[in-house]
Design a protein. Structure first.
Length: 189
DNA sequence: CTCTGGATTAGCT
DNA sequence: GCTAATCCAGAGC
């Protein structure tokens, strides 16, 4: 797993599709299959690591396989899997998962009335899985937040597009999702 | 110190 | 399609 994660973010991002994100929360297991990712690298002006290491982005420059979590728009958290070698600032943003276990708890954590999906957006899945800054820098090989390989080696049909919500380096095809999966954040694009 | 805008989302028009 | 919500990192002075 570390062998995979120490590669560049744009190489790792499509390969994390089909992996599971497992959160142990109050003794209950919440899990989902990763269906959408985006790559960010220090050479990329859209990345938080572009301007070098700061207290906020420290984890992106740390060990691969740990969590880089950031807070944005005054209310949302998003989670990345740190990639690349120690000292290189890169990571893979988890943009959507397909809920597998603990779906009722996720509904409670999301606290929404609408039928909008539970985990089809980077901040939505963090809310549904109780992921916030307490897990900043967490080693994803350990509970209470783990990244686990797919159970089977089915070859996935993957689509690559430009990334969502950025205003610089917009041309890179660094967003990856499982083609036709209903749990991606923006099926069209 | 002050200012700006963001790897977003829900709810309304 | 539009925008409020609501915090703080990063930049500029």
């Amino acid at each position: 797993m570390i062998r995979l994660l120490s590669q560049p973010a744009d190489v790792v991002a499509p390969q994390l599709l089909g992996w599971r994100l497992v959160r142990t929360f109050k003794g209950v297991q919440l899990s989902g299959m990763i269906v959408e990712t985006e790559a960010y690298d220090q050479s990329d002006a859209a990345s938080h690591s572009y301007r070098g290491m700061t207290p906020r982005t420290k984890a992106m420059f740390g060990e691969p396989g740990h969590a880089y979590i950031y807070f944005t728009y005054g209310m949302h958290y998003c989670v990345n899997v740190v990639t690349g070698k120690q000292g290189h600032g890169s990571g893979v943003l988890i943009r959507a998962v397909e809920p597998l276990e603990g779906i009722e708890i996720m509904h409670t954590l999301r606290n929404i009335q609408s039928k909008a999906n539970l985990t089809n957006g980077p901040a939505k899945l963090c809310q549904a899985m109780a992921i916030d800054k307490r897990l900043y820098g967490h080693d994803l090989s350990q509970p209470p937040l783990q990244l686990l390989p797919p159970k089977d080696a089915t070859k996935l049909d993957i689509t690559a597009t430009t990334r969502v919500g950025i205003s610089r380096d917009t041309h890179r095809l660094w967003r990856f999702f499982i083609t036709s999966n209903p749990y991606v954040s923006l099926p069209k694009h």
